[in-house]
Design a protein around this ligand. Structure first.
Ligand code: LMR
Length: 331
């Protein structure tokens, strides 16, 4: 009798081990995706699409949690958080990687790309693809590029020629190239996180900023900036980034499925960016809160002349051959 009891207890203990091991094995992989923009933007929509695809295809195996609007981390902190394993996916703008790699600064050179088709061509070409891996040894892998669009300059006074910006304060992303661009026109650049821009503009602590139509619209910058000059002087795109360690530790089949979902979400996000650059611009015009200033060819040429010397300043750091490849993508 006692023997039977011992046997039963042993069996129960063994079974509980099996059950808990199964539960532990079934624990899904969590991917926290942190970003700083609103949900109704190319990046916000891309992140949500990625979650939707992973939910459909990897239910029970992978869970994606999306944190928009700098809720979890601002762009100034997200890469450090990723190194600590507190976040697995992010898509900071290409301007925000200066601390980690000089090569991505190429995207900040003013008037380098004539349109988004040229940007796409360069990113998908050999130089752009090589850059995805430029931070691998520092612990980060680029999984792809995502578009937002060309940048415009908003201000509290009309800017038609570069001299109109002289002496004014502009918020910029954390990029020395962007700082040099504003210094080239005699303006004062201030590196500030995206989450602070609206308040800085509203309180007139700064005079202006540069951004895409979707960011100017979704974060309501147009409500506190009476003028937006359509300069299309630069590009604001993203690097979808993860930690090398996290990525390499994923089981092969899961990594392949996650990458597939991400690639599809990027295609979706790029379409959103195309649509929003037209729609959000129009919504701003319709709101009558801000006047969109169109430059004549002669006026635009003055901006090009004033800002383009920045290329020479950063040529050695970025690599002249990369700049040459980017210029060729305009053809
Ligand atoms: C900015 O800081 O202005 C942008 O990089 C925000 C974003 O992620 O689009």
């Amino acid at each position: 009798m006692a023997k039977n009891k011992i046997l039963l207890v042993t069996l129960l203990v063994a079974m509980s081990f099996v059950v808990s091991a199964t539960v532990a094995m079934a624990e899904p992989i969590v991917i926290k995706f942190s970003h700083v923009v609103a949900e109704n933007t190319p990046k916000g929509q891309m992140a949500n699409k990625f979650k939707e695809l992973v939910d459909q295809r990897l239910a029970g195996k992978v869970v994606v949690e999306v944190f928009p609007n700098s809720q979890l981390f601002g762009d100034d902190k997200v890469l450090e958080a990723m190194a600590l394993g507190d976040v697995q996916l992010a898509a900071p703008s290409l301007s925000k990687f200066e601390k980690y790699t000089p090569s991505l600064q190429i995207f900040d050179l003013p008037f380098l790309f004539k349109d988004m088709a040229a940007v796409e061509k360069f990113q998908q070409g050999p130089v752009g693809q090589e850059m995805l891996m430029s931070m691998k040894n520092k612990g980060y892998i680029g999984l792809g590029y995502l578009h937002n669009g060309m940048k415009e300059i908003s201000a509290n006074s009309p800017l038609r020629v570069p001299a109109d910006a002289a002496g004014k304060k502009f918020r910029i992303m954390t990029s020395d190239v962007l700082a040099a661009q504003y210094e080239a026109i005699g303006a004062m650049p201030l590196k500030k996180p995206f989450s602070e821009v609206f308040t800085l503009l509203q309180t007139k602590a700064i005079d202006g900023q540069e951004n895409t139509w979707s960011n100017i619209y979704s974060k309501k910058f147009f409500e506190v900036q009476p003028y937006i000059t359509q300069t299309d002087h630069g590009v604001l795109d993203y690097l979808v980034v993860t930690s090398t360690e996290f990525w390499m530790d994923l089981p092969d089949d899961i990594r392949a499925e996650v990458k597939k979902a991400l690639d599809e979400a990027i295609v979706f996000g790029n379409k959103v960016s195309e649509d929003k650059s037209i729609e959000d611009r129009q919504k701003i015009i319709d709101s009558k809160r801000s006047e969109v200033i169109m430059l004549t060819d002669a006026e635009r040429e003055l901006w090009v002349e004033a800002m383009k010397p920045v290329w020479k300043q950063f040529e050695d750091k970025i690599g002249p051959e990369k700049i040459e490849a980017a210029v060729k993508s305009n053809m």
